[in-house]
Write a new protein. Sequence first.
Length: 427
Amino acid sequence: MTRFGFLLSVLTLAGTAAYAQNQPLFPIVSLNVEGNETFHRDQILAVAGLKTGQMAEPKIFDAAQKRLMDSGYFESVGYKYSPAKDQTGYAATFTVIEVQQVFPVRFERMPKPADEFKAYLRKADPLFGDKIPGTQPVIKRYSELLDKLLGEKVVGRVNPNDKGELGVVFEPAKRPPSVAEVKFKGNTVLQATPLQNAIAGTAVGSVYEEKRFRQLLDEAIRPLYEARGRVRVAFPTITAEPVMDVNGLRVTVEVNEGEVYTLGNVKVVSPAGGEAELLRQGNLKKEDIANFDEIKAGVERMRSAVRRNGYMKAATRVERQYDDAKKIVHLTVFIEPGDRYTFRSLDVKGLDLLTEPAIRKMWGLKPGDPFNPEFPGFFLNQVRAEGIFDNLGKTKTEVKIDENTRQADVTLFFSGAEPPPKKRALP
C-alpha cells in the first residue's frame, strides 16, 4: 500500500475532526447517492452542498447530512466515504430514505399566477416540485420564502380541496373579509328578494373569494333561472366593496338572464339497453320550455327504471348541446348501470305455518331474478291494501346485500295489531 493509501485508510477509520486537524487532508473525488427514488442525485447533492475537489473531513459531511435532514424531504440520511480505487482521494456516498407521502401544491388568494410562485420556489430549492411532503420544515421554509417575495405573511398547511383531495396550500395569513350583503342588478325575470334569499344561507357570513362566490351562484342562483328555461344565464361582473357600518363586504352581482330555451332532441345512451323505454319513462317533451327542474325529475325517473331492473347503483350523467341561434338545448342522457344485482332468498318473520306459504306464493320473485330495491316495500303495501290479514300491525323489511356475489337476501317482518286501550270503568 502506498503512503497515501495508508493515510486515507487511517483517516477513514479514525473519522474524527481532531485527528484530521493533525493529518494531511485529501480531496473528494466522487459523490454518489443511494436509495433515491423521486429525486435525481444532482438535486440531492445540490442541497447537500458538497462538490468534488473539496477536502474531505467529517465536519463537512456532518453539515451536509444536516442540510439534507433539515430540508424535510428525507426520513433518514447517512453517509460513508473511503479511499477511491485510484487512491487519489475519497469516494463519498449518501444513503437516503425519502418521505413517501407527498401532496400537490396549491396557491390560494395569492396576487400572482401559481406558475410564478412555483418557478420562484424551484429556483430557491432544487427539491421543489409539483408535489411536496407536508412536513413542518418544508412548509415553514417555503412560507418564509413566499413572505419575502410578497412582503406579507404567508401560511402553509395541508388542506382538502372541494373534492376532498389533500394538498399543501399556501395563502396569505391575513383573513379575507366576509360577505355582509349580496345585491343583484340587471335582473327582471326574478326579483331581488328571492335571489337574495336563495344565496343568503351560504354566502352571507362566508369568507369572500370570487372563485368560491361564483360556485355559490352556480349552486343557488343558476337553478332558479334554469327552471324557467334561462339556461344561458351569466354573471359577467362581481364587485365587492366595504360596508361602512359593519365589518364585511357588499357584493354586487350583475345578472345577464339570457333568453328562454326550449327542449330539443333527447337521446339516451345505456349499456344495459332499453333506451326507448327509458325515454318513455323520462317523459321529456320536445319543444317544451327547457325547465331543468322537470328535466332532472325525468332523468331520475329513468334512473329508477334502471334500478328496478337490478342495477341498484345506477348513475346518470347529462350532457347539453346548445343551438344558440334557435334557442334550443339538446340533451344526451348517459346511463351508467354498474353491476346487476339478483334476488337470492326470502325470510318471513312473525307468521304461522298456514299464512307464511301464502305470502311466499304472493312474493313472486325467484332466486336469480333481477332485484328491484323498491319491491320489498311495495310488496308489503300491497299486502296491507288487499286486506289479507284482519289484524295486521306494523310491518317492515330488511335487505342484506352480499357485495361479493351481488345478491340480495330479504326479510319481511309481520306483527299483529296492538289491542285498543281498555276503557276505564266509571266510579
